[in-house]
Design a binder for this molecule. Structure first.
Ligand code: E4P
Length: 221
């Protein structure tokens, strides 16, 4: 399963990329707005730091505007994936951009039917938002199971990019289903790295080592 970071924060991107954990990045207009500054510079910088796919989202809501913006976004780097919303115009733009070899991520997916239509429109990725479904009392992970089954039935190449992840249990559930990608807020990736028993275990190892050194000050590894 690939791990993308869901952020436009350059420090977080550099931090986790330096650890070798990142296969890509997803952004959206809200995440860009949170960082401030000139979005063009931020987007260019992200595509330089990351080798894998970087989803950059259009803000036009009609077809021709999406095509213009999508083509401009592609100029920020060779690894850009154009993100379009799950709307009739978005699907039309997905079809055209995909037919020209431009990879597309269809975002704001909340049903299996939407995912099916996006896959049929040639999307490289579909982004089902599981946390937002959980927020309204629906089962986000169940949606991933449905999409996985449908894509397997018809051998769609479209990848399931699980989005709107709120906690590490979502990641385990998505991995058990066999989702292709999870996109994680930096805080969730931080939590995945940690376990209290790891911390306690390391503290004990180091204090035992100090005891050994107390009896033999010249000991080294
Ligand atoms: C995905 O591409 C979206 O940027 C993101 O996962 C949305 O998450 P949110 O529901 O936490 O805003």
């Amino acid at each position: 399963m690939k791990i993308f970071l869901d952020t436009a924060n350059l420090n977080s991107i550099k931090k986790f990329n330096d650890m070798g954990l990142l296969d890509g990045i997803t952004t959206n207009p809200s995440l860009m707005s949170k960082e401030g500054g000139n979005p063009k510079d931020v987007m260019e910088e992200i595509t330089k730091i990351i080798k894998g796919d970087v989803s950059l989202e259009v803000v036009s809501t009609e077809y021709s505007g999406m095509i213009d913006e999508g083509k401009r976004l592609c100029k920020y780097g060779d690894n850009v994936v154009v993100k379009v919303p799950m709307t009739p115009d978005g699907l039309k733009a997905c079809k055209l951009l995909s037919s020209e070899g431009i990879p597309v991520n269809v975002t704001l997916i909340f049903s299996a039917n939407q995912a099916l239509l996006a896959a049929k429109s040639g999307a490289k990725y579909v982004s089902p938002f599981i946390g937002r479904l959980d927020d309204v009392g629906q089962d986000g992970i169940h949606l991933i199971k449905e999409i996985k089954e449908i894509f397997s039935n018809y051998d769609f190449e479209t990848q399931i990019l699980v989005a709107s992840i709120r906690h590490p249990v979502h990641v385990v559930d998505a991995a058990k289903i066999g989702a292709d990608v999870v996109t994680l807020p930096p805080a969730v990736l931080d939590k995945m790295l940690q376990h209290p028993l790891t911390k306690i275990g390391l503290e004990n190892f180091l204090s035992d080592w100090e005891k050994l050194k107390a009896g033999n000050p010249n000991v080294k590894i």
